[in-house]
Every structure is written in C-alpha cells, then in structure tokens.
Design a protein around this ligand. Structure first.
Ligand SMILES: [Cu+2]
Length: 119
C-alpha cells in the first residue's frame, strides 16, 4: 500500500515538473528574428524583448514617438553600440555577428529597458 502511495506521489511530482516546464516554455517562446521595429513611447520599448540567433545580424528600426530627452539615445550594454534617435522618425541600427547571451538595451538614464536574447 505504501509503495502504491509513493508511486502516486512520484507520478504527481513528475506531472508537476512536466506541466511547469511546458507552461514555462510557452511563456518564453519567442521566434528569433533578423529584423524588428521597436516603438519608443511612454517609457517603454515595444516590444521590449527581441530574440535573435548567434552569429547573425539584426536590424532594428527604432520608431521614437516620445519627445522627452530621456528617449533620445539607445545603448546596447556590452555590445559597444548606441544610437541617437530623432523624434518622430525611425532610426535604423544594425548589429552584426551577435554574441550569445542576454544583452540589455536602455536609454542613457536606463528608464527605457529592453532585452536582446541571442541564442
Ligand atoms: Cu531615459
């Protein structure tokens, strides 16, 4: 009887792990891209998360709609890349030969925050 209870417990644990892993995978699943448009407005980048493939290039079009000075620059931490964005215009930025990892991109005051996931 206790063996049966243990088995049921194990199966339930396996189910929980499987369920958690599955739902986790669903929420983080994002297709890798080579080109994306990011709207800069109201203190947020939309989308704020971009996924790309290691070693490939990525072209980003920043559509700045926020006139405040806060939004004027985008900086890719650790990638040595930054750009000035003109209000009401789209600024295109191309990143080549992407290194694997999670790279943050922010405005100069780090109020706008985004993540570039390269894998
Ligand atoms: Cu800012």
């Amino acid at each position: 009887m206790s063996l049966f209870v243990n088995l049921v417990g194990l199966v339930l644990m396996a189910l929980v792990v499987w369920w958690f892993w599955l739902s986790n995978r669903k929420s983080t699943a994002q297709a890798a891209t080579q080109e994306a448009t990011i709207i800069v407005e109201d203190g947020v980048y939309s989308p704020a998360s971009i996924r790309a493939n290691t070693g490939q290039s990525l072209t980003l079009h920043f559509d700045r709609r926020d006139p405040s000075p806060c939004a004027e620059q985008v900086i890719f931490q650790g990638l040595d890349t930054s750009a000035f964005l003109e209000t009401g215009k789209t600024t295109t930025l191309t990143l080549d030969n992407l290194p694997a990892g999670k790279h943050r991109f922010t405005c100069q005051m780090q109020m706008y925050q985004g993540t570039l996931i390269v894998d």
